[in-house]
Design a protein around this ligand. Structure first.
Ligand code: AMP
Length: 307
């Protein structure tokens, strides 16, 4: 089993959804990712928080063995804060505020013993920071990257450089359209492959996710049908956590390992949205996660055709 290094945002989120609201709750791409990935494999996290951060909120990650040696604490600084409000359809959301705070001055420093990590997940964060992480690594076996609409809008050139150095790119259909101009997710994925990554995953919310492989292979996984979504925040990051966690656990990246990883990603994302913040992922254990994975296998149980 390989250890994963994740670098991303470490935040306090204030979120309103049709199901309710949560203020200053644990959030950020790196925390969501770690909450999911740590159920499958060892994780080391690099990020930054302020002196105002409630340390007890991440105790469960420590208990799951997440190595936080790379989590910088700026004692006189304020933690990154993000606020969002979801529309009735739970798919669209408005960003209410983004306060970078300690992220404004942040220069990620990868601890020496983590520079040769085999799996690097560049979670959603400013593309220049993603590049500076890549420059500090001594050649990870696999680089997996995520991003968001904000960086496509304001930092596309830097983001393209990150994509060129990425092995597996994870985007949603909207981000794919924004980067490539292609509204069709398959054509979008192929256009993204032409920018560098061997494998591209396009997530489509409640319509599941599509993966295109290096030899043009295709795989599609459904989203788990849920009667109630409580808070969609972090679904993408927990999908990535399940995906990369599974690859680390398998120690392989062949097409079977990639398809298994897609299923783990979908299983973790389906848990994430069942509670505010990381609550559902915090309460999840390996046994319940495995049961959800099995549900996915049943969900896709396609019988042989009659001949
Ligand atoms: P997702 O729902 O997967 O897009 O991820 C939501 C998480 O992204 C929230 O927990 C936010 O704290 C975090 N986030 C929001 N805006 C940014 C940003 N500009 N850079 C990095 N992380 C962000």
């Amino acid at each position: 089993m390989s250890r994963i290094l994740v670098v991303g945002s470490t935040a306090l989120d204030s979120v309103e959804t049709p199901s309710g609201k949560a203020d200053n709750a644990l959030g950020g791409s790196a925390f969501y990712f770690s909450a999911a990935a740590s159920l499958l494999s060892p994780v080391s996290l690099v990020g930054v928080i302020g002196g105002d951060f409630p340390d007890e909120e991440i105790q469960f990650l420590r208990e799951r063995g997440v190595d936080m040696a790379g989590l910088e604490v700026v004692a006189d600084g304020k933690t990154f804060r993000w606020g969002g409000r979801y529309h009735e359809n739970m798919n669209d959301r408005d960003t209410l505020f983004t306060e970078l705070n300690v992220f404004e001055q942040f220069k990620p420093v990868i601890p020496a013993e983590q520079q040769d990590s085999e799996l690097l997940f560049l979670a959603n964060i400013q593309p220049d920071l993603q590049l500076s992480v890549l420059d500090q690594m001594s050649g990870p076996r696999l680089v997996i990257t995520d991003t968001m609409n904000l960086w496509i809008d304001i930092a596309l050139e830097g983001l393209k450089k990150v994509i060129a150095r990425t092995d597996i790119l994870i985007v949603n259909d909207e981000e794919s359209r924004m980067i490539t101009g292609e509204g069709n997710s398959l054509r979008g994925a192929r256009a993204l492959q032409a920018m560098g990554p061997k494998v591209v995953i396009v997530k489509k919310g409640e319509h599941g996710a599509l993966m295109v492989g290096g030899e043009g292979e295709l795989f599609s996984v459904p989203a788990y049908p849920l009667e109630q979504v409580v808070d969609p925040t972090g679904a993408g990051d927990s999908f990535a956590g399940g995906f990369v966690g599974s690859l680390a656990r398998d120690g392989a990246q062949d097409w079977t390992a990639l398809r298994r990883a897609m299923t783990w990603g979908s299983a973790m994302a389906s848990y994430c949205v069942q509670g505010f913040s990381v609550r559902a992922l915090r309460d999840l254990d390996q046994q319940k996660a495995l049961a959800r994975y099995e549900d996915f296998r049943r969900l896709a149980g396609i019988p042989e055709p009659r001949r």
